[in-house]
Design a protein around this ligand. Structure first.
Ligand SMILES: *Cc1c(COP(=O)(O)O)cnc(C)c1O
Length: 417
């Protein structure tokens, strides 16, 4: 029987009318007719970012040439943009730096943390972490024979069980990239500190859509990218947080002239900057950097309570409706059912998840596939409406009913899924 979606549509429209964030969608460029549920992989372009990139190209680079390092604020951008982002992640001025990639920043803070805990050998992380975090931790442990990387889940252990007096640092994802599970930053940071260890948080899936409170939680370090919910553009710079109390003493291994106290003194030997800029290495990718500014400003100017409330509302509506009208076609729910425990995404399962997602994308409902059988949908509250959530489920049901996903052209996997 075809479900009647009229009631769900009417309710969604009512929620959209009452949505305090409804005007925000205007700030983004979204292609006509697309329901974009992949802002957790690549956020759409803020209209202001398009204007800023134009200015960076035509005015700052083409016309003003080298003067832009000073006049357009290029040189100061990593720390200035960090200050713009800081309130959105519960950090203070001078604690955040926008630079490099999440992976490189993870290397920097892992080394920094290990150096702050001499005599301790272990890094604790999650076995189902976004892989690059594990890759980085493996690189860091590989540099000294006594170092160990302990992964949650490998022997059934929980992070809490792996932390002991050998732990130098605990490196955790605030929100898991596949399941959407939220971890308790305050509790786990405290657990690390009680054991004498430090805590690094990866905010890739929480910054911009969750009330991140790094300083309230006592976090030591954090890393994250700008190109997901912060809408900073493809390959946009990442960021790094170091708690103010650590900045005077902390050392990072990727030293270079941009992290020098006085880069233009051209000193032969390294003397690191006294502030957060000590985490810089070399020249930043300035066009990408300029593309990220508008998204950071947008994120930092939101009422995060309203953003989180809408995020929970959207994911709840989508999850319940998907279960109700697509469950009979093999759709399962992989993310937590309770909105409180879930980030801003919903992971559904289907044995033919890859092909199903390709069929959805052809119908302009864009989410992504994650191995082995996950259909992942990100709900960015600034531009996704409740009505979008309902229409996305309606299209999913249509793809399943008609078995449109069986088509041969949906079987070939592209390099990026
Ligand atoms: C997307 C993502 C990254 C990306 O790292 P890059 O170095 O920017 O490619 C890292 N960690 C997590 C948890 C992510 O989701």
């Amino acid at each position: 029987m075809t479900p009647n979606l009229d009631a769900a549509r009417a309710r969604a429209d009512e929620m959209d009318r009452a949505d305090p964030l409804r005007a925000m969608a205007e700030r983004f460029h979204l292609p006509e007719g697309v329901i974009y549920l992949d802002g957790n992989s690549l956020g759409p372009a803020p209209k202001a970012a398009l204007r800023e990139v134009e200015a960076a190209l035509h005015s700052e680079w083409a016309e003003k040439l080298i003067t832009s390092w000073n006049a357009a604020g290029w040189f100061a951008a990593p720390s200035d943009y960090g200050d713009i982002l800081a309130p959105a992640i519960g950090a203070g001025k001078g604690e955040v730096l926008v630079c490099d990639t999440t992976t490189l920043n993870a290397h920097k803070v892992l080394h920094a943390a290990l150096k702050m805990r001499p005599g301790r050998t272990n890094i604790v992380a999650e076995g189902d972490s976004f892989p690059t975090n594990i890759h980085a931790a493996e690189g860091v442990t590989g540099l000294a024979a006594e170092r160990r990387l302990l992964l949650e889940g490998e022997d059934g252990d929980r992070v809490e069980d792996l932390i002991d007096d050998r732990t130098a640092v605990v490196f955790l994802n605030h929100i898991n990239y596949r399941t959407g599970v939220v971890r308790d930053m305050g509790l786990l940071t405290k657990r690390a500190h009680d054991a004498g260890a430090l805590a690094i948080w990866d905010l890739c899936h929480s910054a911009g859509v969750f009330d991140v409170r790094l300083n309230e939680a006592g976090a030591d370090f954090a890393v994250g990218c700008t190109y997901k919910y912060l809408n900073g553009g493809p390959g946009g710079p990442a960021y790094l947080f170091a708690a103010a109390r650590h900045i005077p003493e902390v050392e990072q291994p990727l030293t270079g002239w941009w992290g020098h106290e006085a880069p233009f003194s051209f000193d032969v030997h390294h003397r690191s900057d006294k502030g957060i800029r000590k985490f810089l290495s070399g020249t930043q990718h300035m066009l990408s950097m300029r593309g990220a500014k508008a998204g950071l400003e947008l994120a930092a100017s939101q009422d995060i309570a309203a953003v989180r409330a809408k995020s929970m509302g959207l994911t709840q509506l989508f999850t319940e409706l998907a279960e109700e009208i697509c469950g009979e076609f093999g759709i399962g729910v992989f993310s937590p059912r309770e909105a409180e425990r879930r980030g801003s995404q919903v992971a559904l399962t289907h044995p033919e998840a890859y092909a199903v997602m390709q069929a959805l994308i052809e119908r302009k409902v864009i989410g992504d596939f994650r191995t082995p059988d996950i259909l992942r949908f990100g709900f960015a509250p600034l531009y996704v409406s409740y009505r979008d959530a309902v229409e996305a489920v309606a299209v999913l049901r249509e793809v399943l009913v008609t078995e449109a996903w069986r088509d041969e052209r949906f079987r070939t996997r592209a390099a990026v899924t």
